[in-house]
Design a protein around this ligand. Structure first.
Ligand SMILES: [Zn+2]
Length: 475
């Protein structure tokens, strides 16, 4: 069944490639002449397939949506990416709601991070070492090179590789589930040992340039070795594609020894985010069992505040966070968490004032803006909420959680045209084309009086219809 879905997704990519090249002709850049790699996969092709890959991932896997964690992760990847050799410095970061260890990169600046990476990376430098390694796969153009060097060209094209990543991410343990047939899936997304060595080497340089303690790279390898030892037959995806050999560990130790400059190991923010992800991944049943723990470290105290919030003990939660705020008066993660409690506890007036004051200093901050919108929603001031969400959408146009929330606000404020338009965008970026088309048709029916909008909608309908046709052909 999984193989079938892999083939389906794959077929889709090929059709879409031709199609998107056509519809987005104006933005197509000419490939560099004489670039051997671009002959295998042009950068434009990578971009287009990357975008499609992103929509498939959003449809097929569980995404972890949390503005605070999302913002931290984005800033983090951009920071590391800045000193990496990746030439296109814009990234799309997707957090996967999965506690097993995994991270992946795909052309088009797409970085996927499993919740499990936060769980298993003991500190920020270890977390950074994995991200730096993944970015190196992009900067060294390993996808294109793998295709170029493959002897079996039929089974090695970018579409196959990306489709197999979708399948692997969507199913927790592809090897275990698919069995023998799944070999195509796992083999295509496994880079050669030479590329892994290259990614380790390049990732190390990036890690050093970002100012992190490079010794932590081998620390992360040791953690991975330990996970491998404990996981039995249920080996996490990342360890299947990244076998830890003694050579990898030795080489990373050697490199660190030759570059003995000490760097950053950890930060309060990473510890807080790690706690927050841990909290988000804890189900209600386990929360009960955590009640009587004795929390002493700052990040544990933060975790306990989130637990109290979950139990609706807002006063207690706020009291704990206020204690942390006193200790770290400039920490925005703590402050935003306080703002969220004001909103969630229904103290809308306080939430708006507190959040707005912070926004005056941190202009356009994403988690704070989101919190302000939520406060307005609670107050049933949908027009104000819509305005804020529209502002966020301006720089987060493919954020499907945002699009979903915006469409709901538009529905509540009786902006039906806006609702159908936004909802169709939400569905499109979630890879659900047929439903997206239905919403667009409803939007067109509502826009009889506005010629200009009607024209735009008609144009979008035509494009979507071809997506839908392809979807039908393959099933
Ligand atoms: Zn790798």
């Amino acid at each position: 069944m999984l193989i079938r879905s892999l083939k389906k997704i794959l077929f889709y990519y090929i059709i879409l490639l031709a199609q998107e090249l056509y519809t987005q002709e104006s933005s197509v850049e000419l490939p560099l002449i004489g670039d051997r790699l671009s002959g295998a996969v042009s950068q434009t092709e990578e971009e287009i397939l990357g975008r499609q890959f992103l929509r498939d991932l959003k449809r097929e896997s569980n995404i972890l949506y949390d503005p605070i964690v999302q913002e931290w992760s984005e800033l983090f990847v951009y920071k590391i990416g800045e000193v990496s050799k990746v030439n296109k410095k814009s990234y799309e970061i997707l957090l996967i709601e999965d506690n097993s260890l995994n991270a992946f990169a795909a052309p088009g600046g797409i970085i996927g991070i499993n919740a499990g990476l936060f769980k298993y990376a003991d500190n920020e430098a270890q977390f950074a070492s994995v991200i730096a390694h993944e970015l190196a796969h992009l900067s060294e153009r390993h996808f294109a090179r793998q295709i170029l060097e493959s002897s079996d060209r039929s089974n090695a094209n970018l579409a196959t590789i990306l489709a197999s990543i979708v399948v692997a991410v969507a199913t927790r343990s592809p090897a275990a589930v698919i069995g023998g047939q799944g070999l195509i899936a796992t083999q295509t997304l496994r880079f050669s040992r030479q590329y892994e060595t290259e990614a380790d080497r390049e990732g190390f340089l990036t890690l050093a340039k970002s100012g992190y303690d490079t010794r932590e790279m081998s620390g992360m390898f040791k953690n991975m070795q330990e996970i491998r030892r404990l996981s039995g037959d249920n080996i996490p995806e990342f360890l299947l594609t990244h076998p830890i050999t003694t050579r990898r560990i030795t080489e990373s130790r050697e490199r660190a020894r030759n570059a003995p400059k000490e760097g950053i190991i950890d930060s309060l923010n990473y510890k807080l985010i790690k706690s927050r992800v841990n909290f988000l991944m804890t189900d209600n049943l386990s929360i009960r069992a955590l009640e009587n723990n004795n929390y002493t470290k700052d990040e544990e105290i933060y975790f306990s505040a989130l637990l109290e919030k979950k139990k609706l003990n807002y006063t207690k939660s706020l009291e704990i966070l206020k204690g942390l705020e006193k200790k770290y008066p400039d920490n925005l993660i703590i402050k935003t968490s306080i703002a969220e409690i004001y909103t969630e506890s229904g103290n809308v007036g306080k939430s708006k004032k507190y959040t707005q004051d912070l926004l005056d200093i941190s202009l356009g901050n994403y988690p704070l803006s989101y919190n302000l919108a939520n406060a307005y929603i609670l107050e049933e001031d949908y027009i104000a909420a819509e305005q804020i969400l529209e502002d966020i959408k301006f720089y987060r146009p493919v954020d499907i959680k945002l699009l979903k929330d915006l469409s709901e606000v538009q529905l509540k404020s009786n902006n039906l045209l806006g609702f159908h338009l936004t909802n169709s965008e939400y569905l499109f970026y979630s890879g659900r084309y047929e439903e997206a088309l239905r919403d667009l048709q409803q939007a067109r029916a509502l826009s009889t009086n506005n010629f200009k909008i009607r024209e735009i909608i008609t144009e979008r309908i035509l494009i979507l219809q071809s997506y839908v046709r392809n979807q039908r052909t393959r099933s």
